[in-house]
Design a protein around this ligand. Structure first.
Ligand code: AMP
Ligand code: MG
Length: 322
């Protein structure tokens, strides 16, 4: 059985074909790159013009026929309304025209499930650090629970905004990482951990107001915010008594963040897992795979009930497939 998955929560629109045994046959995406951050309407227009060619190429690359598709999965939320709506519309129409069931997938949970598929992690604590989201998630009592999260913006948005103010192109995360390698002097920035939660906008404002060399500010921005993420992830590990840490989201491609989390993980005697880059960023394979798991456990939704959910919470989903 093949599932066609659609991702469309923010800047990336993706379409993927996944087999029920977990083989990813295609995983294609296109990313909207605005100059002034993500403009939801413009990103949605980008997705509308890209989604049909992506469907065709994805099916072609998977070397299957449209008629072989037995399930449609789409990212139901959380995310930007116009983007979610555009991509959900494509998913619904294909479900109707092919006459196959439809499944709505929580995007944050999908990051965790694709990590379980692509790495040896079985029951991990996930640090999910992306443009729009920053959460520490783990499975407990039938649900994926959020043990800590950002109280304001996602860490990736913070890095991209900081980069924009410093004339870096989008996405700024990788450019900040390069700049930070040249820096070595720690500039004092606020360390914002509140209980199990984190905050980034105050740090960004403080960093923008510094006169120090850019390389030192980039270095300090990474050291401070990555230490915060490491601290919260470590406490989630201790609290849940799990022994695996999984990374997900575009920001976790950062080598310095990986090194800090890996060191903490190994010091605790836990194992460290990070999927290949194409499965860290927003991708449709994670939606197709999570949809496959959900459907195998008896879940599907009617088109009438398939409204997008901009504020879809990770812990709202009853996990019937574990
Ligand atoms: P996502 O929202 O998961 O698709 O990931 C996109 C985000 O990841 C953007 O905010 C990027 O700036 C960020 N990002 C990508 N590569 C890196 C990197 N090497 N270091 C830090 N952030 C990164
Ligand atoms: Mg994401």
């Amino acid at each position: 059985m093949f599932t066609l998955g659609f991702e469309g929560t923010a800047h990336t629109v993706g379409v993927s074909v996944v087999h029920e045994d977990g083989e990813v046959l295609s995983n294609l995406f296109k990313t909207y790159k605005g100059t002034e951050g993500i403009h939801p309407r413009k990103a949605a227009n980008h997705h509308a013009s890209e989604v049909v060619p992506l469907i065709e190429r994805s099916i072609e690359e998977a070397d299957i026929e449209k008629e072989d598709i037995a399930l449609i999965a789409f990212s139901q939320g959380p995310g930007l309304g116009p983007c979610l709506r555009t991509v959900a519309t494509a998913a619904r129409s294909l479900s109707l025209s092919l006459d196959v069931p439809l499944v709505g997938v929580n995007h944050c949970i999908a990051h965790l499930e694709i990590g379980r598929l692509r790495t040896d992690a079985e029951n991990p604590v996930l640090l999910y650090a992306s443009g729009g989201n920053t959460q520490v998630i783990a499975f407990k009592k039938g649900r994926y629970r959020v043990f800590g999260e950002t109280l304001d913006i996602g860490i990736g948005n913070m890095l991209d905004k900081f980069g924009r103010e410093n004339d870096m192109s989008f996405p700024a995360g990788p450019l900040i990482e390069e700049e930070a390698k040249k820096g070595a002097r720690l500039v004092d920035l606020p360390y914002s951990v509140k209980g199990m939660d984190v905050e980034f906008s105050g740090i960004m404002t403080a960093a923008l107001n510094k006169d120090d060399p850019l390389e030192d500010i980039c270095y300090s921005l990474q050291e401070t915010t990555f230490a915060m993420l490491t601290e919260v992830t470590e406490r989630a590990l201790a609290h849940t008594r799990k022994d695996e840490v999984l990374l997900g989201g575009g920001v976790v491609q950062n080598r310095r963040l990986q090194d800090m989390i890996q060191k903490m993980t190994e010091e605790r005697g836990a194992t460290f897992h990070v999927p290949e880059p194409e499965f860290c960023v927003d991708n449709a394979a994670m939606i197709a795979w999570t949809g496959t798991l959900m459907h195998a456990s008896g879940i599907s939704i009617s088109v009438e009930d398939s409204n997008i959910r901009q504020k879809f919470r990770t812990d709202e989903v009853e996990v019937t497939w574990r």
